[in-house]
Design a protein around this ligand. Structure first.
Ligand SMILES: [Zn+2]
Length: 342
């Protein structure tokens, strides 16, 4: 086996040969652990759910959108693995509140009768966003950071649709151990992409179910949204550093290829954000700019309005981080928030 040090010298972290099945299909990626690529109706194309066989039934990790093609894939996967969604599911674990992970949880619960497990604070957050969501707060946030109101309202209509939450939600605690297949997995809080996201670490088998915390090929969106706690990028980087040396040989992410080199990928992600911080700092060197103006410079053109919101929130998270590092200042007036390098 190549050591991680040698790997780092030979270029970017390589994808695994595991999990290369087409979208909609399931493949075994570790003993008793199956990856299902659930189709989703957004440009990411699929979310990876994991189905883990245990003595008391199957554990399902993440669910996809509440979406017909996704449900067809779930039914086909259960059939091909020889279990029944109605009778053999003991637990549904959702890593975070985003609709590509939580969206089909209610349907899976109604089908199987199994409870949905989420971090305690993520249950509260999901209720706040999906049941009591205040779209005007979302619009005001984006407008205050420089996006025009009309675009913002159009984007919000597609991003803050309602999502029916499962009825039976069970709270997970950070640090708790869950039986998972033949082993146990520890619930690790992984803020950044979402404040209350979790990853699951099976230390015995050196497997990390990484959700959207550590992805290959794409970098997880780390944004500052109206409901986000302060300084998401700092919390993301701290979390990455704390996971870098975990005993892990297999990383099972929520999107994109499976991979093996956790340390290498953490280093790449940290370096990526450092480069982005510097690129954004240069944009505000001479003239103060809003997050939206900076985002239009540092992200490629041709983004959908939905993607432009993500670009804005991600830019804002970086500018906020520059302020925290003393490399920029925040200038507010009645209407807008701008940033200037200091
Ligand atoms: Zn996702």
């Amino acid at each position: 086996m190549t050591s991680k040090k040698e790997f780092a010298d030979v270029g970017p972290v390589a994808p695994s040969r595991l999990g290369t099945q087409p979208v909609g299909e399931v493949a075994e990626v570790a003993e008793g652990v199956h990856q299902l690529k659930v189709p989703i109706p957004i440009p990411l194309v699929y979310v990876s759910s994991y189905l883990v066989e245990g003595d008391g039934g199957w554990t399902l990790i993440d669910t996809g959108f509440d979406y017909g093609e996704g449900k067809v894939a779930w039914e086909a996967a259960a059939r091909s693995l020889g279990f029944s969604l109605e009778h053999d599911v003991s637990r549904i674990v959702v890593t975070h509140f985003h609709p590509d992970h939580l969206g089909a949880a209610r349907w899976l619960q109604e089908t199987s009768g199994a409870p949905v497990y989420m971090l305690d604070s993520e249950i509260q957050n999901s209720r706040a966003v999906w049941e009591d969501g205040d779209a005007s707060r979302f619009v005001d946030h984006l407008v205050r950071h420089g996006m025009d109101r009309e675009t913002t309202e159009r984007a919000t209509a597609s991003m803050r649709m309602s999502l029916a939450l499962p009825e039976k939600m069970v709270a997970l605690e950070e640090g708790e151990e869950l039986p998972l297949g033949p082993g146990m997995a520890r619930v690790v809080r992984a803020p950044g992409h979402a404040d209350h996201q979790i990853v699951l670490h099976d230390e015995g088998r050196k497997i990390l179910f990484a959700a959207d915390h550590i992805l290959l090929k794409i970098t997880p969106n780390v944004g500052l949204w109206p409901e986000t706690a302060p300084n998401p990028l700092r919390r993301y980087e701290e979390s990455l550093r704390s996971m870098r040396d975990l005993p892990v040989e297999l990383v099972l992410p929520g999107h994109g290829p499976i991979f093996h080199d956790l340390q290498g990928r953490v280093d790449e992600l940290l370096a990526h954000h450092e480069e982005r911080l510097e690129a954004m700092r240069r944009e505000i060197e001479t003239v103060p700019k809003t997050s939206f103006e900076v985002s239009r410079k540092v992200f490629r053109y041709g983004l959908s309005i939905y993607e432009r919101c993500f670009a804005l929130a991600e830019t804002l998270a970086h500018l906020d981080h520059l302020v925290l590092q003393g490399r920029a200042e925040r200038i507010e007036d009645q209407e807008l928030v701008r940033f200037r390098a200091s």
